[in-house]
Design a protein around this ligand. Structure first.
Ligand SMILES: *[C@@H]1O[C@H](CO)[C@@H](O)[C@H](O)[C@H]1NC(C)=O
Ligand SMILES: *[C@@H]1O[C@H](CO)[C@@H](O)[C@H](O)[C@H]1NC(C)=O
Ligand SMILES: *[C@@H]1O[C@H](CO)[C@@H](O)[C@H](O)[C@H]1NC(C)=O
Ligand SMILES: *[C@@H]1O[C@H](CO)[C@@H](O)[C@H](O)[C@H]1NC(C)=O
Ligand SMILES: *[C@@H]1O[C@H](CO)[C@@H](O)[C@H](O)[C@H]1NC(C)=O
Length: 402
């Protein structure tokens, strides 16, 4: 568009605005999966219908919307892969039902998105992993040959995308898994599984950046959010977490090819009855020398949390760990501000850093954590090992920084 007279500028811009604003609806073709043969009887396998619709929607070169109306759609494993030429919206208002027999999902993730950009998943629907038939088979804590159970939904090599409003129920293993995902928003999502369901992590990610998780409730049998090697610029806000474990960074340092974890913001969070709240764990004997830095935890309420603040650089689940001893993961620039509520353990603040790489610049601001475990154990305490930092504002328990 070309405007010579400055008086025309307003006209030119508003015309441009109309064109941009109307583009998504004009170019978007809707694929209602019922029109392509999907059966919502909860029994017929719809995997082929879904993958065919995906291929169609993906290869058009124009924006597409795949619509899953109300109803229960049985679905064995599906892979949604490139090439997608344009934006894809996936609107799920129905329930996608996983096979109850884990052997009927012949891949490591039930619903698998790979090599895609500009994908948006939304709707009021549910992903029902039907995990309860698989949980008794999970004996991985004692059997290295334990059966491989599928995670519910995985994103790998996915950019500029998001998920909003979906519920994920009773996964067989983890619920949401992210690997090499950049610029991805998760909002208004609900993730639940019973407290005693093994390894049903809520959200797990590694080698990913620029992710936002907001307005979400997670209560499972394992971590709410597990942040692994290579994650950077992750923002978590307005999340409620519980039961089971909290928001955890790590475990880190065990393997050689790990990458730094940088730029984590965790704010406006409620941990309700979790075993941990804020947790960073690194292996006592570590193979990689990486940096964990620029973390801010702010406005965090702890309700009966086992270990509200727990930095553990002596992680060694199956002792004895190698003699080498000290973690080579460097933690620095960590701010904990306005963290309050109740601790089940007497040690409410545990800062156990590495002797060879002491934690640097740990700031505690307005901490108010009360012990509500056994009364005879006395008030809450803080433990420090190899930490350099500062404290200001309200400080309960008394801090232990030098
Ligand atoms: C995603 O869509 C936006 C706007 O339609 C476009 O500018 C951008 O290039 C797309 N990103 C990718 C990675 O395709
Ligand atoms: C996704 O984003 C990452 C980081 O910005 C970039 O390196 C990668 O090339 C992108 N992938 C695609 C398929 O666009
Ligand atoms: C994610 O949300 C942020 C902040 O609200 C926004 O700036 C960004 O564009 C969103 N990204 C995507 C891929 O939707
Ligand atoms: C926080 O998330 C909940 C859903 O878990 C939502 O109902 C509420 O409106 C959100 N609050 C803010 C301030 O966005
Ligand atoms: C905490 O969890 C308990 C038990 O599930 C529930 O009854 C209570 O309402 C929750 N409290 C908050 C503030 O969410």
């Amino acid at each position: 568009m070309f405007c010579i007279v400055s008086g025309f500028k307003v006209f030119c811009l508003s015309l441009l605005f109309v064109v941009v604003a109307s583009r998504p609806t004009v170019g978007t073709k809707v694929f209602n999966i019922q029109h392509y043969g999907a059966k919502h009887d909860g029994k017929t396998d719809n995997a082929n219908v879904f993958t065919n619709v995906w291929k169609n929607a993906c290869s058009r070169g124009e924006n597409s919307k795949i619509y899953v109306p109300k109803g229960t759609y049985y679905l064995s494993g599906v892979k949604f892969v490139r090439p997608c030429k344009n934006k894809i919206e996936f609107v799920i208002d129905g329930t996608l039902l996983a096979p109850s027999n884990p052997n009927n999902i012949k891949q490591d993730t039930w619903i698998n998105f790979r090599y895609i950009n500009n994908l948006s998943i939304s709707g009021k629907g549910t992903l029902d992993g039907q995990g309860k038939y698989s949980w008794p088979l999970n004996d991985c804590h004692k059997n290295t040959n334990c059966p491989k159970l599928a995670m519910t939904i995985g994103f790998a090599f996915v950019n500029d995308s998001g998920i909003e409003g979906i519920t994920s129920l009773n996964s067989k293993m983890g619920h949401f898994n992210f690997f090499s995902v950049h610029n991805f928003n998760i909002t208004g999502v609900t993730i639940t599984a019973p407290e005693d369901s093994p390894n049903t992590d809520g959200i797990k990610m590694g080698f990913s950046s620029n992710m936002h998780i907001s307005n979400t409730h997670i209560g499972t049998g394992d971590y709410c959010i597990a942040i692994l090697s290579g994650t950077s610029d992750l923002d978590i806000s307005n999340v409620t977490c519980g039961p089971r474990h909290g928001i955890s960074v790590g475990s880190l340092g065990k393997n050689k090819d790990e990458k730094d974890v940088k730029g984590l913001t965790v704010r406006d969070i409620v941990f309700n009855g979790t075993s941990d709240g804020i947790r960073i764990k690194t292996w006592e004997s570590s193979a990689s020398k990486i940096l964990v830095s620029n973390f801010v935890y702010q406005n965090i309420k702890m309700i009966d949390v086992g270990k509200p603040i727990n930095i553990d650089q002596k992680y060694c689940p199956h002792p004895p760990c190698e003699k080498k001893g000290e973690s080579h993961v460097q933690i620095r620039d960590l701010k904990l501000k306005n963290i309050y509520g109740t601790s089940k353990n007497k040690v409410a603040v545990n800062l156990q850093c590495s002797k060879s790489f002491p934690c640097k610049n740990v700031q505690l601001i307005d901490i108010n954590l009360k012990h509500n475990g056994r009364r005879e154990d006395g008030p809450a305490t803080a433990v420090c090992q190899n930490v350099d930092g500062s404290a200001r504002g309200k400080m309960v328990p008394q801090h232990c920084l030098d």
